[in-house]
Design a protein around this ligand. Structure first.
Ligand SMILES: *[C@@H]1O[C@H](CO)[C@@H](O)[C@H](O)[C@H]1NC(C)=O
Ligand SMILES: *[C@@H]1O[C@H](CO)[C@@H](O)[C@H](O)[C@H]1NC(C)=O
Ligand SMILES: *[C@@H]1O[C@H](CO)[C@@H](O)[C@H](O)[C@H]1NC(C)=O
Ligand SMILES: *[C@@H]1O[C@H](CO)[C@@H](O)[C@H](O)[C@H]1NC(C)=O
Ligand SMILES: *[C@@H]1O[C@H](CO)[C@@H](O)[C@H](O)[C@H]1NC(C)=O
Ligand SMILES: *[C@@H]1O[C@H](CO)[C@@H](O)[C@H](O)[C@H]1NC(C)=O
Length: 592
């Protein structure tokens, strides 16, 4: 009892000192489509509340990021250290103090809090009943109409008015995330016994390419097409590449060996490291291998070999089991992964992620905060590649009668649906092409963000597209012409020959394009590191300026969706294939 006295006094002291204010709605969303409220959440169910404190100096971080990523700036390549980034995203002491008082007022002590290294996130595990009191809300169990997924969420929460300036957001509250792999299942063409029988070579963009590449994409095809045949990585002591895995997608070691024997014989017996995050696993039972994970690892590592590789397997979001008070980990996977990587002293120079969802299914405040995490990675010298999505401008459906691109803002209006995290301006979004010569693949995700404004590095490329290609109000009202435009670049995205559970299969998606593009970025990083230069870091300011001449422009094809034919690939940047596909040889000369 005695031990509690000082604590009680402290709480009372705070209660007198703290300004009182009535709860005011911090965030309110429309119940997202396809989620059904099936009843009250059990009051003893434990919620891992993650509290984001405002990053008071984020604009300064952004300024540094753009300076060190601009090849024409004297500071190009002067990436920041972990500590320098943390200093820039640290919350203001007033916010730390105010949040501490608010937590103490709810009997939550320092010992109950887990803080991120920059102190900009606090995690506390509280039962539903307490979370409801803190947030002046009611949590419910929501079930997804299309599967058995259940989550404990609310559609609005409140904070005392004086706390609004000190807390940016709290999740999981309004986040009904449906992160999925961008492996277009419709492009999963099943078993493929033999590589295409086509023999001989064809000449594309001045390079010899095996004719078989017109029907089957292998590591050699990509190296031929993208002009990297003769490059030998030399900075393997410093350079590394990584792939993210979520949702029980396991990368299989045996499948990788078969893939190497088939396509990269010199790599046989080499492997990758696995980093387990937030309870993630990597089940090696052959039948448990994941198409997404195997695709990502096989192509990224196959291209970058012998560059060391890492597979991050992140747990989280397991199914909610009602009527249990077992705490479980229901952190959303983006934060769990970011938490982990941002806490590391050294990071892989190139990372690819092939997962995402419609931007509108992620609350804006959360999307912005996750995007700010990607900016931190860029500032530390990481090039982050993200698949642009596999559904064209929204749902991939050209038929106005069956399209499903409805806004979630209560209006149910038809609008194009850009993908997140591709819509974050601090990642490099990778769209898809197919065939040789290349054209846009019809599922390549593209469009314009409704959350993020167009970054200045895209201004000239995107304005040219809008004024020349979309005159006279084409698609007016369906997209946000002032938004961050997607994708930035593209790569082949269909008929990739991989090994999955011991079988050869043909697979596609911007999930294939992103790790493939990342493989070439990793080789560019190798070239820089071999010459004693820093890695490329955040790529976009380079790509839209000096990098322009290092791309094959893709000028035909389109990607339908939302009851329309979608946008067209055209001369210059377009919202289907971005700047085009890479010419490694030219890009290497540009970055050295
Ligand atoms: C791989 O390892 C096996 C068994 O140790 C060995 O026989 C084989 O030569 C190795 N292959 C390569 C390419 O290193
Ligand atoms: C691995 O996957 C297999 C096949 O799905 C499953 O039977 C097995 O229980 C899993 N192992 C673990 C440790 O989860
Ligand atoms: C795996 O990690 C170990 C220890 O950090 C490192 O020595 C090794 O080079 C890594 N291997 C690969 C393939 O990344
Ligand atoms: C929008 O759709 C939802 C779910 O399908 C429905 O409940 C709601 O009534 C619709 N709202 C309008 C304004 O049509
Ligand atoms: C746009 O409208 C102008 C004036 O009506 C017309 O001359 C022009 O051809 C139109 N452009 C396109 C691409 O439809
Ligand atoms: C795309 O190109 C086709 C064929 O040239 C043209 O008819 C159509 O209007 C274009 N669509 C857009 C949105 O630019």
């Amino acid at each position: 009892m005695l031990a509690r006295v000082p604590y009680l006094l402290a709480v009372l002291g705070i209660a007198f000192a703290a300004p009182h204010s009535a709860p005011k709605i911090k965030e309110r969303i429309h119940a997202p489509r396809d989620w059904i409220n099936v009843g009250d959440a059990p009051s003893n169910h434990v919620v891992p509340l993650r509290i984001a404190l405002p990053q008071s100096n984020f604009q300064e971080l952004e300024r540094h990021l753009y300076e060190i990523s601009d090849p024409d700036n004297v500071r190009y390549g002067e990436h920041l250290s972990k500590e320098e980034v943390e200093e820039l995203v640290a919350p203001h002491p007033d916010s730390v103090h105010a949040v501490n008082e608010w937590l103490a007022g709810h009997d939550i002590s320092e010992g109950d809090c887990v803080r991120s290294p920059a102190k900009d996130w606090i995690t506390v595990h509280v039962p539903v009943a307490k979370a409801e009191a803190m947030l002046d809300t009611k949590f419910h169990v929501w079930k997804h109409a299309k599967d058995e997924d259940s989550v404990v969420r609310t559609t609005s929460y409140s904070l005392p008015e004086h706390m609004h300036a000190h807390i940016e957001l709290i999740q999981p509250t309004t986040l009904f995330s449906r992160l999925t792999g961008y492996r277009a299942t419709s492009h999963f063409s099943g078993a493929q016994e033999h590589p295409a029988a086509t023999s001989g070579t064809i000449t594309v963009n001045g390079h010899e390419v095996d004719a078989s590449c017109t029907t089957t994409i292998t590591v050699s095809c990509l190296k031929q097409l993208y002009n990297a045949v003769d490059y030998v990585p030399a900075a393997t002591q410093k350079n590394s590449i990584a792939l993210t895995g979520y949702l029980d997608q396991f990368a299989n070691f045996a499948d990788l060996q078969q893939f190497y024997a088939d396509q990269v014989p010199a790599a046989v017996n080499s492997t990758f490291n696995v980093t387990f995050i937030n309870g993630g696993v990597n089940n090696q039972t052959l039948s448990a291998a994941g198409g997404e994970a195997d695709l990502d690892v096989q192509f990224a590592l196959g291209i970058a070999f012998p560059t060391p590789g890492t597979f991050y397997t992140t747990g989280g979001s397991p199914p909610f089991i009602p009527d249990t008070d077992e705490p479980f980990n229901d952190n959303e996977p983006y934060d769990a992964w970011l938490d982990y990587v941002l806490a590391q002293k050294t990071l892989p120079q190139t990372i690819s992620t092939s997962y995402g969802e419609n931007e509108q299914t992620v609350p804006e405040s959360y999307a912005k905060r996750v995007c700010a995490g990607f900016a931190q990675l860029g500032a530390r010298g990481v090039s982050l590649l993200v698949g642009s999505g596999d559904a064209g401008v929204g749902d991939g459906d050209p038929d106005p009668a069956t399209q499903t691109c409805l806004t979630n803002d209560g209006r149910n209006a038809t609008e194009f649906l850009p993908g997140f995290p591709a819509s974050c301006p601090f990642v490099t979004a990778v769209g898809g092409t197919t065939n040789i010569p290349e054209v846009a693949v019809d599922f390549s995700g593209g469009g314009f963000s409704n959350y993020f404004a167009r970054p200045s590095y895209q201004e000239s490329a995107v304005t040219e597209f809008l004024t020349k290609q979309l005159p006279n109000g084409t698609y007016e009202g369906l997209y946000n012409p002032a938004g961050r435009a997607i994708p930035d670049v593209s790569a082949q995205a269909d008929y990739f020959r991989i090994f999955l559970s011991g079988q050869v299969v043909s697979i596609g998606g911007t999930s294939a394009a992103s790790p493939a593009f990342a493989g070439f970025v990793s080789l560019l990083n190798d070239a820089r590191l071999s010459h004693g230069l820093p890695p490329l870091g955040f790529l976009n300011p380079l790509l839209y300026t000096r990098g322009l001449s290092g791309f094959h422009d893709i000028t035909s094809g389109n990607a339908p969706g939302c009851g329309t034919p979608g946008f067209n690939a055209t001369v210059g940047w377009d919202p289907v294939t971005g700047l085009g596909t890479p010419d490694f040889g030219k890009l290497k000369n540009i970055v050295l």
